[in-house]
Write a protein that binds this ligand. Structure first.
Ligand code: MRU
Length: 321
């Protein structure tokens, strides 16, 4: 499969994640406006992929006749929770003094590294899973999409599945559909199908019941921001999964590149949580789901306290708070 996000012919090229699984199509983003819009519509999404989008966005701005610092600020603020976005922007911006080609080279280096670091982090995490879970083959539970589509090309939590599946160690992956935007049902299930990994999609609300029935050996998730004490912000519903996993004695493993760690935050209480449009809940494909006037609580992420996490694994191995 091609990269989720790349650079070609003076444009940022992304796989349009709003169109999957029905349609595999590419979008060419030639302006910062188009990039910011793609980030906010989740056409490109997932913390590591957003880091790449941030860096390539600065490369785009640096080649155009615009105030690059102001445009960089707009990109960094397009979504608030994944720290990787601002990290990618800052990293590319650091080369601005050396000219547009240096900015682009830095962004492309970041893309190459993202693939390598996620491959390494998920290889370490596969060893953690094997050490924590005695049953073979493994039944894994996934939430949201932390696969190739959430990164430049390998995946974090789903990268663990690629490593274990290659060794014949995966019985199945239970895929949380991940309300309301269905990143699990649409994207994770699509990736698993592409790789012929046995999987079943389940409503998010079935996860605790699956654990109670003994169907889950390990929960594997990615992260959008990890505080210095190990608290983890990830897709809404992750916190509930961690509580259920602890109750049932199921290991709960978080996999992320170290660019997801925000050492400026002592703990997860300082993590900004994105609130998304009410229409994600009040309608589906234009059809109303709620009575007119119903108000909505729609946080895109939650924070899981580190005490509920078995291990946070980066390319350096187990993260030490
Ligand atoms: O709103 P999204 O789809 O960008 O949320 C993505 C997630 O929560 C992922 O689990 C996280 O970014 C880790 S991806 C390797």
């Amino acid at each position: 499969m091609r990269r989720t996000i790349d650079w070609a012919d003076d444009a940022v090229v992304i796989i349009d994640q709003t169109a999957l699984p029905g349609d595999f199509r590419l979008l060419r983003l030639r302006t910062v406006d188009q990039l910011v819009d793609a980030i906010q519509r989740l056409a490109v999404r997932g913390a590591p992929a957003l880091g790449a989008a941030g860096a390539l966005g600065v490369a785009l701005a640096a080649r155009q006749n615009v105030d690059v610092e102001a445009e960089a600020g707009r990109i960094a603020n397009a979504r608030p929770t994944a720290v990787n976005l601002a990290w990618g922007v800052e990293r590319a911006l650091g080369k601005l003094g050396q000219g547009p080609e240096a900015v682009l080279a830095e962004a492309l280096a970041l893309l190459d590294e993202d693939e390598q670091l996620n491959e390494t982090a998920s290889r370490h995490a596969a060893e953690v899973v094997l050490a924590e879970c005695p049953r073979r083959p493994l039944r894994l539970l996934s939430h949201c999409n932390a696969g190739r589509l959430a990164t430049v090309g390998w995946g974090s939590a789903l990268g663990v599945v690629w490593h274990l599946h290659a060794r014949g160690l995966v019985e199945e992956v239970l895929v949380d559909e991940t309300r309301p935007l269905l990143q699990g049902a649409r994207l994770t299930a699509w990736e698993l199908a592409q790789e012929n990994v046995p999987h079943r999609v389940q409503p998010d609300s079935a996860a605790a019941a699956a654990m109670a029935r003994g169907l889950v050996d390990c929960v594997l998730v990615g992260a959008d921001r990890i505080a210095a004490n190990g608290d983890v912000a990830n897709k809404i519903g992750t916190y509930g999964l961690a509580i259920a996993a602890r109750h049932h004695g199921v290991p709960f493993v978080v996999v992320a590149p170290s660019s997801t760690v925000d050492k400026t935050l002592a703990d997860g209480t300082g993590i900004a949580i994105e609130e998304r449009d009410a229409r994600e809940l009040t309608e589906y494909a234009g059809v109303p789901l709620t009575p007119p006037g119903s108000r909505v609580f729609n946080p895109a992420f939650d924070v899981t306290p580190y005490e509920l996490v078995t291990a946070v694994v980066t390319e350096h191995g187990r993260f030490v708070p």
